[in-house]
Design a protein around this ligand. Structure first.
Ligand code: BJ8
Length: 426
């Protein structure tokens, strides 16, 4: 993590962070990063950019957001894939995914929400209450969404502390649901336009669609190389690339990920891998792994397996689909955006057959030997869906291991034992 450079400390103070708590958080994340990432061997050189971004996660990137806002720019924070970054950018604002991947200030969180709330929700409230997240402090507006019940109610609590706008996400995918969803996107557009004082135009939206598509295309290139054996990049590094996609500068990130993809394609061509060709290949599916949640990937890869894909919001759900670039009118572009985003397969939808199909398709395409279904404790949606996923994967001839966990490190030993046994059985 970044050394506590004096200029950053002043910036953090001005943002209202609690410096001792913030130092403790950065220290803990730096330790986790070192253990999980810097111990890897034979990493592609292009992952140096990921190391750099992570080392400046609360430093340089926050300074960029800070400078942007001092010049009159606006920042919009999000917690979910359904918030269209294209709309935010087209109105002249920047979009950042907010921190929700580590335990912090749970004692304060549990005073206002039940203990048996999922770690992702407790984490984002803890970051806010514990005053350790500079991203939310830099966010002029947070956009929430009516996905699961926990998040829905958590946004009410967050709304007492921050400017929050909630999008109503339908839970079915019928024509009338699309009408509602499109109207929510138009309302978001109006909200961001009010925030920035800039109108979304055909030109700005076209540019934003192209920029965000290019980012997703770069991640698709990286994902495609993971079908090779030996795998040219670890699951941990590929996961980190997707996590960083949510908050890094879009054109710069795209450029650097294309450089990484070039290197990975060359590695595939000459047979260079990060893991031996006989390492067991795992597809992970389930709830998102928000930064700095690297726990399961670390356990799998330290046990000798290699993660070849993530069917999750910090994985294929983020980059597999693009918004059409053919539209010439604003109305058509809004239709295309609504369609692309409603296509995401979150377990908050009923039915959610698209997810099961994606898991089976990805497992085949990536040559997976097994699937690990990962769910955060107390996430009823993904826990409920686990048996459907398991059945479909088993029918496709692959074994499944179900994992329910949280962000604490207490169960790492037990998880390792279960994962090792699973890998051995494959
Ligand atoms: S599109 S997966 S990012 S809602 S883990 S908070 S569901 S109780 S994160 Fe999600 Fe959007 Fe869906 Fe993706 Fe609730 Fe479950 Fe917690 Fe969750």
């Amino acid at each position: 993590m970044s050394d506590a450079a004096p200029d950053y400390r002043q910036m953090w103070t001005d943002l209202g962070l609690d410096l001792p708590s913030h130092d403790a958080l950065l220290g803990a994340v730096g330790q986790m990063y070192g253990d999980a990432y810097l111990t890897q061997e034979n990493r592609p050189e292009g992952t140096g950019y990921l190391d750099f971004v992570l080392s400046e996660v609360h430093g340089l990137r926050i300074k960029e957001l800070d400078d942007f806002r001092k010049d009159g720019g606006k920042v919009v924070g999000t917690f979910c894939l359904y918030v269209p970054e294209e709309i935010v950018r087209a109105a002249g604002a920047w979009c950042v995914g907010l921190c929700a991947g580590a335990e912090f200030a749970y004692d304060q969180v549990e005073q206002i929400m039940p203990r048996n709330t999922c770690a992702l929700i407790k984490s984002f409230m803890g970051f806010k209450l514990g005053k350790v997240c500079p991203y939310i402090q830099e966010s002029d507006m947070v956009v929430g969404e009516t996905t699961c019940d926990g998040k829905k109610k958590a946004y009410e609590l967050l709304g007492e502390l921050h400017n929050v706008h909630v999008m109503e996400l339908p839970q079915l995918k019928r024509d009338k649901d699309m009408v509602l969803w499109r109207s929510e996107i138009v309302e978001l557009m109006t909200k961001v336009e009010e925030l920035t004082g800039k109108k979304v135009t055909v030109e700005t939206l076209k540019t934003a669609i192209k920029e965000v598509n290019d980012k997703r295309r770069a991640l698709q290139r990286i994902a495609a190389t993971r079908a090779s054996s030996p795998v040219p990049i670890s699951g941990k590094d590929a996961l980190l690339a997707t996590q960083i996609a949510f908050y890094d500068d879009v054109p710069r990130f795209t450029q650097m990920m294309n450089v990484l993809a070039d290197e990975l394609e060359a590695r595939v061509a000459n047979g260079t891998g990060v893991a031996p060709a006989n390492a067991k290949r795992i597809l992970v599916t389930g709830t998102p792994m928000a930064i700095p949640n690297w726990k399961l990937h670390d356990v799998i890869e330290k046990a000798g397996g290699v993660v070849v894909g993530e069917e999750m919001c910090t994985g294929s759900r983020y980059y597999q689909d693009l918004v059409s670039e053919d539209a010439t009118t604003l109305e058509q572009m809004l239709d295309d955006i609504a369609e692309k985003y409603l296509d995401i397969n979150c377990a908050c939808f009923t039915p959610n057959e698209g997810r099961t199909k994606d898991v089976v398709r990805m497992a085949k395409e990536l040559g997976a030997d097994g699937v690990i279904d990962y769910t955060l404790n107390f996430c009823g949606l993904y826990q409920m869906e686990a048996s459907t996923v398991e059945k479909a994967v088993q029918e496709a001839g692959l074994p499944v291991l179900r994992i329910e966990t949280d962000y604490s490190m207490e169960d790492v030993g037990q998880l390792s034992t279960r994962v090792e046994a699973f890998l051995e059985m494959l």
